[in-house]
Each structure stands twice: as structure tokens, then as C-alpha cells.
Design a protein around this ligand. Structure first.
Ligand code: S3P
Length: 179
């Protein structure tokens, strides 16, 4: 692997809930012909119980501890992957370090209103329970922006764009990346 090139590195997608990390990530994995891994799914598969049960029994701290293990395992994969990270993954400095060291980290962005619209009929996320998803996402965005910026090598705006358009852009930027 050439230092500072994307060759051999994971393609890592980060950003707020609703940013499209999973849908775009799956498309990128197809385009690159490589395996896709979602950190939330890895947490659930490793625990052997549903996400909601983990969150109910162990709270957010228990989930975050499991997420750290999932990120370390994913980052250490010798096979280059497309990794979609749960929205809070890169709040943890060790996670940021591991993902940046072994991957090219792409931040997917959109306005809080657009994110909320995408998640309007989805009540699966415990941090988004409540009436005003836009306000919650706005608050999380402000709190998390420094961590997202610290994690990301590349930012890509997804607002008003199709999954295919965004995925093509992500793959192009990833291939061209030369940090
Ligand atoms: C979270 C995002 C979720 C999931 C959990 C916490 C967050 O993943 O990890 O509900 O803190 O933003 P997605 O970003 O894939 O929805």
C-alpha cells in the first residue's frame, strides 16, 4: 500500500442518522466489488440479541462499548471493506484514530430538515424519539460537528441527490484521495 493513497484502505462512511451511510455504502460496495460492513449490524450480530434489547439492558454506554469493539474489528480487517458507521461512532477518539488510520473517511452531510424528512416514518433510533426530529438532529449536528470534521478526510453533500449520484461521487473521491 502506498502511504497516503486509498489503495488497500477501507472506505468509511460517517455522518448523522439519515445521512445515507448504509444505502450509499451498499451501493459503493457494489461499485468497488468489495464487502460491506455496518457497525450497528456487527454489534447486533456479535451480541446475538436485537439492537433494542442491548440499548434497553445496557443503555447507551453499553452500546458504545460494544461499538468500540466492532469498530476495532472492522478497522483491523485485512480485506478492504466499505464500512458504514453508526452516527455516534466517531465521537470516540480511539474510533476516529482507528478509522482514519485504516480507512479513507467520508462524511455524508445534509441539512437537519432533509435528514428528518428521510427518517420521518422511522422510529428505530432511540436518540430520535420525540416529536421534533429536525430540532433533535440540529442539536446533535451542532454537538457532533467537531468530531465529524476531525474524523473525515472528505465531505460530501447528499442534499437533494440520489443514492446513485452520491455513491458515484464517493467512489470517485475515494479513488482520487491522496491525503
Ligand atoms: C446513533 C446512530 C444509529 C445507531 C444508534 C446511535 C447515533 O446508527 O448507531 O441508534 O448516535 O447517531 P445510524 O447512524 O446508522 O442510524
Amino acid at each position: 500500500m502506498t502511504a497516503g493513497s486509498s489503495a488497500g484502505r477501507h472506505l468509511v462512511l460517517v455522518g448523522l442518522m439519515g445521512a445515507g451511510k448504509t444505502t450509499v455504502g451498499l451501493r459503493c460496495a457494489e461499485l468497488l466489488g468489495r464487502p460491506f460492513l455496518d457497525t450497528d449490524e456487527l454489534v447486533v450480530a456479535t451480541a446475538g440479541v436485537p439492537f433494542d434489547d442491548i440499548w434497553a439492558a445496557e443503555g447507551e454506554p453499553g452500546f458504545r462499548a460494544r461499538e468500540r469493539v466492532a469498530v476495532a474489528d472492522a478497522a483491523a480487517s485485512p480485506t478492504p471493506l466499505v464500512i458504514s458507521c453508526g452516527g455516534g461512532t466517531v465521537l470516540d477518539a480511539d474510533n476516529r484514530r482507528a478509522l482514519r488510520e485504516h480507512g479513507v473517511v467520508v462524511l455524508l452531510t445534509a441539512s437537519s430538515a432533509a435528514l428528518a424528512a428521510r427518517l420521518a416514518h422511522d422510529n428505530s433510533r432511540p436518540l430520535l424519539i420525540g416529536d421534533d426530529k429536525t430540532a433533535t438532529l440540529e442539536r446533535l449536528s451542532a454537538l457532533r460537528q467537531p468530531a465529524y470534521e476531525a474524523a473525515a478526510h472528505i465531505d460530501i453533500d447528499t442534499e437533494g441527490r440520489s443514492v446513485d449520484e452520491v455513491a458515484a461521487d464517493v467512489v470517485e473521491e475515494y479513488r482520487a484521495w491522496n491525503g
